[in-house]
Design a protein around this ligand. Structure first.
Ligand code: HEC
Length: 177
């Protein structure tokens, strides 16, 4: 039988005629619930929460929560290296926070969501700011008395800031956007 000969009872969208408009499952997400998920931090700092943390406080956070996987100076591993001041032109030999990340604010977005890897979410907002201050200090990007907060973190200029350009190419051999 050709497909067009199959009789389908239903609406124009292919739903059965007796399908309800709504199934009545679940509840409307409250603003408070949405806020729990709405935690992205943008390159310009939009989305950063209140709070603050110093390099000294961050040293403690790092040595308790991060050192096992990233090493005492952020270079030893066993997991990703976080510290490197290598200068590069076309391609770096390592890609770390210190020599590759264009925005310091990404540290907040990433660490809050993903680190420590086995227990993400356990750090307070102040602890996240503090450990960022410490990682930036280890990379010689901020001074030892630096304090990170929603004002100072977006103001940090990362060494790789100018290595990236906005890709505004259109066309080429792919589909035209
Ligand atoms: C159990 C091991 C573990 C612990 C503990 C841990 N990390 Fe990580 N971390 C990883 C792994 C694995 C990756 C790579 C993840 C990936 O590429 O998806 C990573 C990646 C990162 C990166 C991104 C590196 C890059 O350049 O891509 C940062 C920044 C980071 N961790 C910070 C932290 C901080 C800060 C802490 C402590 C609060 C921490 N990590 C604790 C395992 C860990």
């Amino acid at each position: 039988m050709a497909p067009e000969e199959v009789a389908v009872a239903g609406t124009a969208e292919g739903l059965p005629a007796h399908a309800p408009d709504r199934f009545g499952f679940g509840t409307e997400a409250s603003d408070a619930r949405v806020a729990l998920w709405d935690i992205d931090v943008r390159p310009d700092g939009q989305g950063l929460p209140p709070g603050r943390g110093s390099v000294a406080q961050g040293r403690d956070v790092f040595n308790i929560h991060c050192v096992a996987c990233h090493g005492p100076t952020g270079t030893e591993g066993p997991n990703d290296r976080l510290v490197d001041s290598e200068q590069w032109d076309a391609v770096p030999s390592t890609r770390t926070v210190g020599n590759y990340w264009p925005y310091a604010t990404t540290l907040y977005d990433y660490i809050r969501k993903a680190m420590p890897q086995l227990t993400p979410g356990i750090l307070s907002d102040d602890q996240v700011y503090a450990v960022i201050a410490y990682i930036l200090w280890m990379n010689e990007i901020v001074s030892e008395d630096a304090v990170m907060d929603a004002e100072t973190l977006p103001a940090v200029i990362m060494p790789a800031r100018d290595k990236f350009v906005v890709d505004d190419r259109i066309g080429g051999t792919g589909p035209i956007r």
